[in-house]
Design a protein around this ligand. Structure first.
Ligand code: TYD
Length: 213
């Protein structure tokens, strides 16, 4: 059973992976699984999750792929994250709730810090200085980019700026997430995201339960 963390603080669980890996569906399923066990859950997402951060989100996910340099992106994501942590994530954790967040700093480490540019050090320094909150557990949903692209295309929509970087970009992202998981095996768990949603959901629930048992 997933109980509160040290000193009654809630658990902070983030979901990561390439675009179209199925994070949104799996977060909803884990939330349902935990609520059925009387765990109080807050579900949120990045970029966004608080009113101020949602305003910054629209600057980031819409428009031309070249709209921002990787350095500017790092600062915009950090500004959005700071507001999100202050206004939503920390208060929920302080109330003892489990927070499930769709993307967090590992997305910045991989998208802006590794794949778009070699700026991992800048991402980590900004994170340490301005954010300072790390997840207790990070679930990386791993899927072949070919399968993920067809899921994304079905979804459609206008928030396509990052999909606009192309399929090679998605392959590099996948490698980036797997490298991150290999470097931090205690916090990060890789979950194969192929197959029916209920099969993936069972894998996610088992890993989350095991991590906190
Ligand atoms: P999101 O809405 O989660 O897209 P998806 O449902 O495809 O996962 O995130 C929007 C885009 O923002 C996504 O392509 C990943 C990108 N992103 C970054 O590049 N860096 C970051 O730090 C975060 C949080 C997201």
């Amino acid at each position: 059973m997933l109980s509160a963390g040290a000193e009654g603080r809630g658990r902070f669980i983030t979901f990561e992976g390439i675009d179209g890996a199925g994070k949104t569906t799996q977060i909803a399923r884990l939330a349902e699984h935990l609520r059925a066990r009387n765990v109080k859950v807050t579900v949120t997402r990045e970029p966004g999750g608080s009113p101020g951060a949602e305003l910054i989100r629209s600057l980031l996910v819409k428009g031309d792929p070249g709209r921002w340099s990787p350095e500017t992106e790092i600062l915009l994501f950090a500004a959005a994250r700071r507001d999100h942590v202050e206004r939503l994530i920390r208060p929920a954790l302080d109330r003892g709730e489990t927070v499930l967040c769709d993307r967090y700093v590992d997305s910045t480490r991989v998208y802006q810090g590794t794949v778009r540019a070699a700026l991992r050090d800048l991402v980590d320094r900004v994170h340490d200085l301005a954010i300072g909150l790390d997840p207790d557990l990070t679930l990386i949903l791993d899927l072949d980019p070919g399968a993920a692209v067809s899921r994304g295309a079905r979804r459609g929509g206008r928030e396509t700026r990052f999909e606009g970087f192309g399929p090679e970009f998605q392959r590099s992202l996948r490698e980036g997430f797997l490298a991150l998981a290999a470097a931090e095996p205690r916090r990060c768990r890789v979950i194969p995201a192929d197959g029916p949603a209920e099969v993936v959901a069972a894998r996610v629930a088992a890993v989350a339960e095991e991590a906190f048992s």
